[in-house]
Ligand binder design. Sequence first.
Ligand code: TPP
Ligand code: SF4
Ligand code: MG
Length: 288
Amino acid sequence: MSENVRFTDFKSDKQPTWCPGCGDFGTMNGMMKALAETGNDPDNTFVVAGIGCSGKIGTYMHSYALHGVHGRALPVGTGVKMANPNLEVMVAGGDGDGYSIGAGHFIHAVRRNVDMTYVVMDNRIYGLTKGQFSPTSREDFETATSPDGTHQQPVNPLALALAAGGTFIAQSFSSDAQRHAEIVQQAIEHDGFGYVNVYSPCVTFNDVDTYDYFRDTIVDLADEDHDPTDYDAAKEKILDRGKEYQGVIYQDEDSTPYEVLEGVHEGNMSEIPDGAPEGAMDLVREFY
Ligand SMILES: Cc1ncc(C[n+]2csc(CCOP(=O)(O)OP(=O)(O)O)c2C)c(N)n1
Ligand code: SF4
Ligand SMILES: [Mg+2]
């Protein structure tokens, strides 16, 4: 960990191929700012990314990283943190990755409460595969796969997280750069699973959930006198589908991370060897 790290130190030398104006630029910048602000550096940070436009983030950030299998980023992040709790683990992916194919992992990662951060870049569409509706798409959203609307209620991912026993549930908007970075910072600082659903507009395939839409409708909980430690108040906000909230909606201040309950934490990591265990490379070659 270092005090002199700037957020640009988390930028890799790869040029993003995201469309100009994609919300993922702002989402990533906020994550990098939050990491620098919390005293992390690329040497102690591990980014696990899903598959999707959002999943490319691990390539564009300078840190340890793994670009895994669609919907499977969270179990990998859990394994990384359990293997070495000294690492700052950031898991990132899209609404399809996290709430469709990865929905089962999402619920169990939330309830397991490992101390890591999960950022979902929610553009309410499948971007990478060119514009199919996603679990968070609106019921009347017309796409190639829903020419007459989806005819399905969108998933409420924050409600899923609350029902699964989430200890930190937040939402932000990639274009509100300072607030987004602050909220991700609070998620990193939380002792447990810090979950942030980020409105991260897709300018190419979603002409409904746009920057203008979020700018016009977003309600900041900082202006609402909301107490995130009040479970009932949080539940009320989360179940209010008529509003797009930004801020920390729920936080359990008594949260104890899973790895601490399991006795795997920084304090007893001294026995982990510096190099790879004997025979580890043979095992890797077997699957390479
Ligand atoms: C197992 C598997 N199923 C399906 C796909 C095809 N696929 C790739 S990305 C994606 C969805 C992307 O949507 P989202 O997670 O919202 O990410 P975005 O591109 O919008 O950032 C799908 C269905 C895949 N790569 N692997
Ligand atoms: S298709 Fe959408 S989500 Fe993907 S890079 Fe372009 S704007 Fe971003
Ligand atoms: Mg998406």
